[in-house]
Design a protein around this ligand. Structure first.
Ligand SMILES: Nc1ncnc2c1ncn2[C@@H]1O[C@H](COP(=O)(O)OP(=O)(O)OP(=O)(O)O)[C@@H](O)[C@H]1O
Length: 634
């Protein structure tokens, strides 16, 4: 087929669904389409400037980059035209033909049908160009890539339903023109005043002029009518180059939406000019919500990099560590060369120095926020706490700082929300307590009802309740806080240090001695399954529990690695019995060895269940239990 012929191509199935959803959920905030289109045009100008660094001819005698918006009340159209990089035919198909990106199916599953919530989600997913269909029943794009000939231009058209068409056309000037054929009910977007106010509201920070035709008064009799010229509607200076005191909160928020493609407002930001050995400006934002792809480690991340006001690249991930991948923003450096590449960034010592300064900047911003606005900090922690927990392993030098930013659920209030800092914990430590105790469970419920907590509850000692996958990993790297080491209460011998008095220690030794025979009998039954059996003082209500040996990995870590398909050496737990418990007392008196073995088996399996573990032989457990129940009722 010759490229001049008109070709009609279909959107993917999911794409249709996305478009419909977007049109319906954005009806209360229609005007954002203009922000999205201006944002794309501004990115196109940035890209042209960047490519022109290597090939000045791309400017084609038209170096003044700008965006123009024209309105036609009669035709009911809004036209947005830029002289940026433009698109080739292939780029048009790739960029405007695939609404559905990776994760669309997953995303669609998350929708609730509640317009307000869904519109937030759609924003998070990023609708970009397609937001044009919120107000337009038909959209046409005429585009020519810089460097190609006028005959290489492309005309794209769609009514946002099943398909779009694409054909070759002539376009003398480089760049992209988007024509929105507005719906009847959206005629307001041909109103000059209305459109100007939207530009001021959302796009004032765009660094190139967004122009509209000036309003000229009708000529008086005998005078010549003045022809209107294009004039800039926005202030057209890169926002980060302005001084902090000159930028309003609304402007910072509008700029955030431009750099992050996030529809919801930023939570907080930090804007700084650094002078001295290294000279750069940074504007770093904390998003208010986690993006869809936060857990995809290959997803785009990092800052927009500018060198001396010239856009160089999106997603410059070299300037922040992975655990701060949620931070969005801009860095503008005076020290890097304009033809810097990702490879060069990786080797440049100036980049390392900037990375450590920016990391410190983000951690300081977080610690200030935690002090000044607890509610906002909690919102941050809810969205990004799990990512922050990767910090101590990745960034050893800032371990102490990160540790102060961590928040935990604890037995202080037993709530699932992670609201307690380690500093709070330390301040509440008992006299004589030298360790920070924690328990790890599959869920908050399992952790908070773990039998290992019984003695701690009795003594009023606070324990951190950990239940996220990353927690075991975090604890392995944290090791200590404020000179106090962390101790997993489900691991090794119970070590209460000075929290246990002499009399208690003596009583425990005496009990161990008194139950030597019982321990030996239980050991014989479980011999292949346990490392060891012993009596315990950590239980007050449960008859028995499992303990991980000192040098074994935690049960949670083990389950995680096994789920990932790793073959692990078998591990055997220590089985601890509560000698005060009526069931254990009964066990001690049991003379029938078969029944004794069944009862031991049940206690052993129950100890697994209390940990949230799966039983190796659930049917065997049920069988043993039913047998005992029948004997009981006989
Ligand atoms: N005016 C334009 N000039 C050149 N390319 C454009 C223009 N508008 C859109 N594009 C291309 O189309 C792509 C898709 O645009 P779209 O707005 O849908 O997504 P995006 O800007 O990449 O991300 P987001 O959806 O988060 O806004 C852009 O990445 C860009 O390559």
């Amino acid at each position: 087929m010759s490229t001049a012929e008109k070709e009609t191509l279909g959107f993917q199935t999911e794409a249709k669904q996305m478009l419909q959803l977007m049109i319906h959920s954005m009806y209360s905030n229609k005007e954002i389409f203009l922000r999205e289109l201006i944002s794309n045009a501004s990115d196109a100008a940035d890209k042209l400037r960047y490519e022109a660094l290597a090939d000045g001819a791309l400017y084609e005698d038209d170096p003044d980059l700008r965006i123009r918006i024209t309105l036609d009340k009669d035709a009911n159209t809004l036209t947005l035209s830029d002289n940026g990089i433009g698109m080739s035919r292939e780029e048009v198909i790739n960029n405007l033909g695939t609404i559905a990106r990776s994760g669309t199916a997953e995303f669609l599953k998350n929708l609730s049908g509640d317009g307000k919530k869904d519109s937030q989600l759609i924003g998070q997913f990023g609708v970009g160009f397609y937001s044009a269909f919120i107000v337009a029943e038909r959209v046409e794009v005429f585009t020519r890539r810089a460097g190609l000939t006028a005959a290489d231009a492309v005309h794209w058209e769609s009514s946002g339903e099943a398909d779009f068409s694409i054909e070759s056309c002539e376009k003398a000037d480089r760049g992209t023109t988007v024509i929105l054929h507005l719906r009847k009910e959206d005629i307001e977007f041909t109103d000059d005043w209305r459109v100007r106010s939207i530009i001021k509201k959302y796009s004032d920070h765009i660094s190139i002029p967004v122009q509209m035709l000036e309003n000229v008064p009708a000529a008086k009799e005998g005078e010549e009518q003045k022809v209107p010229e294009f004039e800039a509607v926005n202030s057209a200076t890169a926002l980060w180059t302005r001084s902090r005191s000159d930028v309003t909160e609304e402007e910072y928020q509008a700029f955030y939406k431009h750099v992050s493609h996030d529809f919801s407002p930023a939570l907080h930001w930090s804007h700084n000019k650094v002078e001295g050995k290294l000279e750069y400006t940074s504007l770093l934002y904390l998003p208010g919500q986690a993006p869809m792809d936060l857990w995809n480690r290959d997803a785009a991340r990092g800052l927009k990099l500018y060198v001396q006001r010239t856009f160089i690249m999106d997603d410059a991930e070299q300037f922040l560590p992975l655990y701060l991948r949620f931070v969005k923003g801009v860095i503008d450096s005076n020290d890097l060369s304009l033809n810097v590449s990702r490879e060069i960034l990786q080797q440049d010592p100036a980049v390392d120095a900037m990375k450590s300064a920016l990391t410190k900047r983000v951690l300081d911003m977080l610690s200030k926020l935690a002090k000044s606005d607890v509610e906002k900090y909690q919102q941050f922690w809810k969205a990004f706490g799990q990512v922050m927990k990767e910090g101590p392993a990745e960034d050893f030098s800032n371990k102490e700082k990160i540790a102060k930013l961590l928040r935990f659920a604890t037995t202080h209030d037993n709530k699932a929300e992670q609201t307690h800092s380690l500093e709070d914990y330390v301040a509440r430590m008992k006299e004589g307590q030298t360790k920070i105790y924690y328990v790890v469970g599959e869920s908050h419920k399992t952790a908070s009802s773990s039998p290992h907590l019984e003695v701690f509850r009795k003594k009023g000692i606070e324990v951190l309740l950990l239940s996220e996958r990353v927690d075991d990993w975090l604890m392995n790297h944290l090791a200590e806080f404020d000179g106090k080491s962390f101790l997993d209460v489900g691991r090794g011998d119970l070590d209460l240090g000075d929290l246990e008095d002499e009399a208690e220690k003596k009583a425990h030794e005496a009990s161990a001695e008194a139950h030597k025979d019982l321990v030996e009998r239980v050991n014989t039954v479980l011999t292949d399954k346990v490392e060891k059996v012993r009596v315990t003082s950590r239980l007050t209500e449960s008859p028995a529990c499992l303990v991980v040996t000192e040098d074994d990995m935690g049960a949670q870590m083990r389950r995680m690695l096994e789920a990932a398909g790793q073959a692990l050496p078998p591990s055997k737990p220590v089985f601890e019995l509560n000698p005060e418990h009526p069931l254990v007392l009964k066990l001690d008196k049991e003379t029938d060895e078969d029944r004794f073995a069944d009862l031991v088996g049940i206690l052993f399996d129950q100890a697994h269940l209390a940990e949230g573990a799966q039983l190796d032989d659930p049917a065997g457990y049920v069988h043993k239990l039913n047998k005992l129940l029948l004997e009981l009722s006989a």
